[in-house]
Design a protein around this ligand. Sequence first.
Ligand code: UD1
Ligand code: CA
Length: 447
Amino acid sequence: MTDVAAIILAAGKGTRMKSDLHKVLHPIAGRPMLMHLLDAVEALKPAKKVVIVGSGKQQLEAALTGTAELALQEPQLGTGHAVQQAEAALSGFAGDVLILYGDVPFVPTSTMQTMIDRLHGDDAPAVVVLAFEPEDPTGYGRVIVEGGKIVKMVEQKDATDLEKAVKLSNSGLMAVKAADLFALLARVTDDNAQKEYYLTDIVNIANADGRACVAVTTDPFDVAGINSRAQLAEMEGEWQKRRRLKAMDDGVSLIAPDTVWFAYDTVIGRDVTIEPNVFFGPGVSIADNVVIHAFSHIEGATIASGAEVGPYARLRPGAVLEEKSKIGNFVEMKKARLGKGAKANHLSYLGDAEIGAGANIGAGTITCNYDGFFKYKTVIGEGAFIGSNSALVAPVSIGAGAIVGAGSTVTADVSSDALALIRPEQKEKPGWAKRFREAMTAKKAGK
Ligand code: UD1
Ligand code: CA
């Protein structure tokens, strides 16, 4: 086993995105595409990861927070020139180098490993190129193979008609030993249609030296690049399609799979039913036997077994549902824990709250957790009953087993097992309404 280093190209301008956000930071399934790629690389336990960046360096620095090194390419003179910028970062590194693109985020680790294994084949190739066969190869560099070896790499703009008819295309990704890589790159010139330093030329140079170069072929999805918002959406769709199938394989029932959107890190147990039109943001974990009803939006939530959510529920970061608890329609939860078997079935906001087991939160209950400056906590004891349309002005605590009468505005703690009724007492004037009606009817008739 030799060491592996990854060089990830991300210095291109990404102009087609028309965005102030660096292209490789645009999210798929709630996570920057570059992070998806780095995750796959991480599984190889790489000795080094170097991201080549042009503009937007600060954005990448902030996003990477030390998980990979950055090397600047300024100006951008082509893919070969880009890889050269990693030379200083890899000085002293003698292992295998994987060259990847930051905008080609879904290369499986197994494909990367296949490339590295092939680099150590008996014929000791100088370069392993990851190739694929798109339906329409227009625009891609072509990989001309004869007798199992690459005889030429040629860009679309430099290709003859005969070469353009070849479908086998260059994904751009390669595996090369560090010792070969920088020696070959030093000999690349910009003598071509685009006046660029082509990475692909290292293959042609190695060939001229009499060294073999080979292609490894992969599925087009694995090497699909993202250059526009339309391709971003297409990739999101592809990713979701695969994730939905995996969920169903894992024992999750999706009634209308195409309408359920997962995040990169959604965790779901078995015998979970997800009704149509449910969206998961990052950080959701769902145990077994949970039902998520239609039109729920869930992020940063932990849902224990037997719980029920929605329809039309909104669970925000820090929402925790314990076993068999229930959140019903038009209930929003944020940084709040709903105890075992507790229920908030209708029209509530529960923020910065601890709700004990078996408590019942009536329709329209609001935890007033914010005064415009700070957030405050509401604690509701086990088995407490909060009457409909109550405002719980935090910080406040309702004791176990207490009852809060409907329509109360609670500003002070309520003792366990007490009844708190905070509303004007009801008065009644017998017959008043009838007398009023008669008097007004007469007045209107001018009598
Ligand atoms: C390159 C390949 C082509 C392949 C295609 C696959 C070369 C010469 N051509 O084409 O054979 O079929 O990718 O998409 O290698 N980048 C830099 N610095 C630069 C130029 C590019 O970092 O100076 C990065 C880009 O950000 C991108 C990647 O390299 O991630 C590819 O650049 P792009 O311009 O899309 O590729 P092409 O040169 O068109
Ligand atoms: Ca490209």
